[in-house]
Every structure is written in structure tokens, then in C-alpha cells.
Write a protein that binds this ligand. Structure first.
Ligand SMILES: [Ca+2]
Ligand SMILES: [Ca+2]
Ligand SMILES: [Ca+2]
Ligand SMILES: [Ca+2]
Length: 373
């Protein structure tokens, strides 16, 4: 798909009219597919006969229209796909905040970290305009701050375990009841195959029971595992350093600013210029095991459009009044002379998108106005 198609999606823009009744919170859960993990089948709860639809419906009830409930995505790759009751406009600042349950360590209070299980964010555009995530849509990764430390094109495959096979308990951690529970293989030549372990705190099957597949493959970006065992080998006290911005369940909610649609990139890592997004996908970004904490598993505790009633932003509309004209040139010059350029208004004033606001942007804006005439 050509980038220009998205940039100039004027047809789509017509549908993006501001509506004061927009809810800031999740309005639809389109899909949920956890990778095997200790909370799978517990919440959302599985009962015989349940289908993907009934699982999704549980999450819609729990997550839509509010914050509070938290769902676990299981091991690496497990995901949830959700959306709002309106397209989220790209306002070139922090656009969406996704909640998790990361916590700062009190014991190691001088370092940023504690419990964090970062998830990767993808944003979707409803290119085929059918209102739901579908084949014809485009998806982009949100480039988090630690993108360069990540493994890209990672692929992991999990194999449904035989629940009756003999357990292989950990030799010294008594609560780990099976170290060879759910086998996985990956396409990383530097990584040995492994298992999702089973623990005595969660005794239900860890494989999502509402699906018939016996093999589950997930692909994406993988963050490095930086967890440190602080317990001297007992496995009961782990410190997970926080990553930078652009992930989910990575920073405590109070410190999490959200993400910018401007951080969306294509498969080659190049920025894409999206005027809005329609869907959000979050998947667990680590394949790690922290002793008694179990597998590292991103939690999603709702999401919030940080500007639900925003109107589409116009290129060049420095004074943000909905039209682009000579008054914006005046506003831009005034901004430059007063040195009042801030992170918030920079996006509006950086007309040529080069990351800084200066006289070149005035030239670019005047050129834009002249071209328009
Ligand atoms: Ca968590
Ligand atoms: Ca679609
Ligand atoms: Ca204006
Ligand atoms: Ca500029």
C-alpha cells in the first residue's frame, strides 16, 4: 500500500468529524488470542462450549466504556485487538494511553523498574472501510524507544501439551510443577527451544481451550529480557527494568504518557504518516520466565483516547482554528519570535516535519499557501 494513499485519504477524513459524544474508552474488543500462560482460561473464563465470540464478548463487557479490569495476554505474542467508537485522530502528540499493571520496585527504589511486562503496540487503519479489522486493512507497529534493541521478524510456535503426560517439576522451586509443560520453538538461531512452565498457583490448562488448533504461531518484534533475579537463585524476587516509551504494561500507569500515532512505522522501519487509526493491537513482547512470577505476560487494563473529541488536524494549521491561511503564518512567526515552541505545539508548527521549528517552516507554510491558490 502506498503511503500517499494514507496521507491523502480525504474520503476517510470526511468521516472523521468531531463528535462531543465520543467515548474515550475502548468500545469494541475484536479479537483476543493469548499465548499459553497461567491466566489463560481463568480470565476470561472458559467453559465447555465457549467460542472465540463468547470469549471476546466477556472482554467487551469487562473492558469497554471504562478502565479497571485487566486481561493477561499470556506468553510472547499473545494479543488483544480493540477499538473505540470513533477513529482516533492523529494530533501529533500523545494520542492513546493503554493501561497495565506495571509497578516500581520499592526495594530497588533508586532504579526505574520493578514489575513490568512490556507489550508491543500495533495500530490499524480500516482501509476497506467495513468497520472491523479485516484482510484489506493496514497495520503498523508503534516504534517504541527500545526498537533498536529488539529482535524483529521473530516467530515463536507453541505446541498444545498432553495434559496427562508426566510432570517435570523444578529441582528446587517447589511451586514450579512442570518445567516441560508447553513446548515452544522459535526462528531465533541463538535461542534454544523451551517451555512455558506450569506452577502450583494455577492448575487449569494453560492452552486456550476455545480454539481447536494444536499449534499456535506468533510473529513480531521481541524485546530483550532484562529481568534480574534479586533472590540469589531462589527465584522469588525479580527486578525488571522499565523500557522507554511506546510500550504497554511497562511503566506504572501514573507515569505512562501513552503513545503517539506519529511513531507508527512500516515493516521496513520507516515512519508512516497516518491521519488517524481505527484499531489497536497489543501483544506480549517478551518470552521470559521469572521464577514464581511465572511467564512474563503483558496485561491490558483498558485504553483511553487522550483527545476523543479532537477534530482532524490540518497540515499548516498552526493556530489550530480549522483553516489554513495567512493567520497561521503570523502565528508561526510569533511562536518563533517568542521562543514559545513546546513539545505540545511543535507538531503544529513543524511544517516541513524535520523535527525542529525554525524559519524554514515559515517558508514551507508560505509555499503551502501559494500552492493552494
Ligand atoms: Ca503486568
Ligand atoms: Ca476493515
Ligand atoms: Ca489556522
Ligand atoms: Ca521544521
Amino acid at each position: 500500500m502506498k503511503k500517499s494513499l494514507l496521507i491523502s485519504s480525504l474520503v476517510a477524513m470526511a468521516a472523521l468529524t468531531a463528535n462531543a459524544d465520543n467515548s474515550p474508552y475502548i468500545a469494541h474488543v475484536y479479537d483476543y488470542m493469548p499465548a499459553p500462560g497461567q491466566f489463560v482460561n481463568v480470565y476470561p473464563s472458559y467453559k465447555p462450549g465457549y467460542t472465540q465470540d463468547s470469549i471476546n464478548a466477556q472482554l467487551e463487557t469487562a473492558l469497554c466504556g471504562k478502565l479497571g479490569a485487566t486481561v493477561s495476554l499470556g506468553s510472547y505474542g499473545g494479543y488483544i485487538v480493540f477499538g473505540f467508537d470513533h477513529p482516533v485522530i492523529n494530533r501529533h502528540g500523545y494520542d492513546v494511553k493503554i493501561y497495565g499493571n506495571a509497578m516500581q520496585s520499592q526495594a530497588v527504589s533508586d532504579q526505574a523498574g520493578g514489575s513490568c511486562e512490556p507489550g508491543i503496540i500495533m495500530v490499524g487503519v480500516d482501509m476497506d472501510d467495513n468497520g472491523i479489522p479485516s484482510e484489506g486493512d493496514m497495520w503498523y507497529e508503534i516504534k517504541g524507544a527500545n526498537y533498536d534493541q529488539c529482535l524483529h521478524g521473530y516467530e515463536v510456535t507453541y505446541y498444545k501439551p498432553d495434559e496427562a503426560k508426566p510432570r517435570v517439576p523444578h529441582e528446587s522451586w517447589r511451586f514450579i510443577t512442570d518445567m516441560e509443560y508447553v513446548q515452544w520453538t522459535s526462528n531465533d538461531p541463538d535461542e534454544s527451544d523451551g517451555y512455558v512452565w506450569r506452577n502450583s498457583f494455577h492448575n487449569q490448562p494453560y492452552w486456550p481451550l476455545w480454539i481447536e488448533d494444536t499449534v499456535l504461531t506468533f510473529r513480531g518484534t521481541k524485546l530483550p529480557n532484562l529481568a534480574v533475579d534479586m533472590s540469589g537463585g531462589n527465584g522469588n524476587n525479580w527486578f525488571q527494568p522499565f523500557f522507554g516509551e511506546g510500550y504497554v504494561d511497562n511503566l506504572p500507569n501514573a507515569d505512562e504518557p501513552g503513545f503517539k500515532i506519529d511513531w507508527a512505522i512500516d515493516e521496513d522501519g520507516n515512519p508512516v504518516n497516518l491521519d488517524h487509526i481505527d484499531f489497536v493491537k497489543v501483544y506480549c513482547g517478551q518470552l521470559a520466565y521469572c521464577g514464581w512470577l511465572g511467564e512474563t505476560s503483558t496485561e491490558v487494563g483498558g485504553a483511553e483516547d487522550l483527545h476523543p473529541d479532537a477534530k482532524p488536524w490540518l497540515q499548516g494549521d498552526v493556530n489550530d482554528d480549522g483553516t489554513v491561511n495567512i493567520a497561521d503564518v503570523t502565528s508561526l512567526i510569533r511562536l518563533l519570535l517568542s521562543s514559545l515552541v513546546t513539545e505540545d505545539n511543535k507538531a503544529l508548527a513543524d511544517i516541513n516535519h524535520d523535527g525542529s521549528v525554525n524559519i524554514a517552516d515559515v517558508t514551507a507554510l508560505i509555499n503551502q499557501l501559494l500552492t493552494k491558490r
